[in-house]
Design a protein around this ligand. Sequence first.
Ligand code: ZN
Length: 108
Amino acid sequence: MTSMQTTINQLQTLRDELTHRIDAIEKDVHHKNEPVEKDFAEQATQSENDDVLHAIDDEAQLTVQLIDAALTRINDGKYGICVSCGAEIPKARLKAIPYATTCIDCAE
Ligand SMILES: [Zn+2]
């Protein structure tokens, strides 16, 4: 297996995990929106939980978009090149964040 194939597998595995997580969150939030009798404190906790879930959901969806972008860039032969300055993204960074689209300098 080439190292690029390993990266593709890594990205797809991560994408599957995130998609499952998004599904689970959306089912959970949906379920919680069903009318149930609650006192005010419970409702407040409920909406805080939903905010947290939505934040996780948003982040997961954003990461899925970055993964798709990375997979497209692999197809285009542009993977590992910083979208901002055109420099090569260090391998250590890609290993940690395989969907990174910028070098560390540009990410900051
Ligand atoms: Zn850069």
